[in-house]
Design a protein around this ligand. Structure first.
Ligand SMILES: *Cc1c(COP(=O)(O)O)cnc(C)c1O
Length: 356
């Protein structure tokens, strides 16, 4: 049976990424060596890294004066690295979900944290709005897509202070105005490649703001100067990311994938609205994520939750169980999820409704 992978992360990747990476594990470009065996300082790997950086820059139209890094430690290490490098006195954070609140927790170790707004009281079912960003903050931190709660900041906001974004789960899902951000980071395992790679897009002028002595591995400057080769990078992971980036470019870039993503999200949200069994957990349509679609059973069908999960799984629809803090269901429809996959989920929802 064909499986459709709706897992939140690690998650579905383009078939070509899996195929090319599998080939490179056995024999990289006919070299007779595996991507796992070659030196990270070899010509072969340097070309891979260089192309991955240049495709990130091309696809996201990253302006001059920015560096693209591939590091390790996940988005979670960035929660510490960002304030370690840039929180000199006070930083502002938007509390829009559990990942945001984890970032806040780490930042507090380094200085004063001003949480400008929070939607925690309503279980993060919307993006907080009408807040003021303090003009004297070292930076303002946001989570562009709240993977667990299915909410997303779909526009690049204006900030009077350097804007820093955790874009783990919506990077490369839409065109982005990178010039509005001082730093964008995320784990690769949602929309780009396997776990073990962390992407960082950094405005180089931020490095002038660092005042603390830093351990080398947690110092952005060291990684910028060494072009992600200060220590051994996750070579195979970066190779896989490169394959996804090539796939995106062949598809027509971010404008093209955004169009497909909007189409997929519309198909699924429309069905959630129409189907008497389900309802969205995000009332405000403007806040609904196009990457993670969260929904629950309507009150009168509550006891059928497990039944639908089993029904979906019997049809090859994998990973739609919601996160425990929201319950219900979550369909993660990242770039590599096909329209066909979303239609298969919608068909299951319709057939389930008919048979109850
Ligand atoms: C998955 C996720 C994280 C955690 O990423 P790790 O790479 O596991 O540290 C952080 N933020 C967001 C928005 C995520 O989706």
């Amino acid at each position: 049976m064909k499986k459709y992978n709706f897992n939140p992360g690690p998650s579905v990747l383009p078939e070509i990424t899996l195929k090319k990476t599998a080939e490179a594990v056995l024999n990289l470009n006919g070299s007779g060596l595996s991507i796992m065996e070659i030196s990270h300082r070899s010509k072969d790997f340097e070309a891979i890294l260089k192309e991955a950086v240049s495709l990130m820059k091309e696809l996201l139209s990253i302006p001059g004066g920015y560096s693209v890094l591939f590091l390790q430690g996940g988005a979670s290490l960035q929660f510490s690295m960002v304030p370690y490098n840039f929180l000199n006195k006070k930083a502002a954070y938007l509390d829009s979900g559990s990942w945001a609140s984890k970032a806040i927790k780490e930042a507090k170790l380094f200085g004063e944290v001003n949480v400008v707004a929070s939607s925690k009281e309503s279980n993060y079912n919307h993006i907080p709005k009408n807040y003021t960003i303090p003009a004297d903050a070292d930076y303002f931190h946001i989570t562009t897509n709240n993977t667990i709660y299915g909410t997303e900041i779909k526009k690049d906001i204006d900030s009077p202070v350097p804007l820093i974004a955790d874009a783990s789960s919506d990077i490369l899902s839409r065109p982005m105005d990178v010039s509005k951000y001082a730093l964008i980071y995320g784990g690769a395992q949602k929309n780009l490649g396997p776990a073990g790679v962390t992407f960082v897009i950094l405005k180089n002028s931020m490095l002038e703001k660092v005042t603390r002595p830093l351990p080398s591995m947690l110092n952005y400057k060291i990684h910028v100067e060494n072009e992600s080769l200060y220590n051994t990078p996750p070579c195979i992971g970066i190779y896989a990311c490169l394959q996804t980036l090539k796939w995106l470019k062949d598809l027509g870039g971010l404008q093209a994938i955004h169009k497909i993503n909007l189409e997929k999200a519309k198909i699924l949200y429309d069905e959630i609205e129409r189907n008497k069994c389900f309802k969205s957990t995000v009332a405000n349509a403007e806040d609904r994520s196009i990457m993670n679609v969260t929904f629950v059973m309507n009150e009168e069908y509550k006891e059928l939750e497990l039944k639908f999960q089993e029904f979906a799984s019997s049809r090859g629809l994998v990973g739609i169980k919601g996160h425990r803090s929201v319950g219900g269901f979550r369909a993660s429809i990242y770039n590599a999820m096909t329209v066909e996959g979303v239609k298969a989920l919608v068909a299951a929802m319709q057939d389930f409704e008919k048979q109850i």
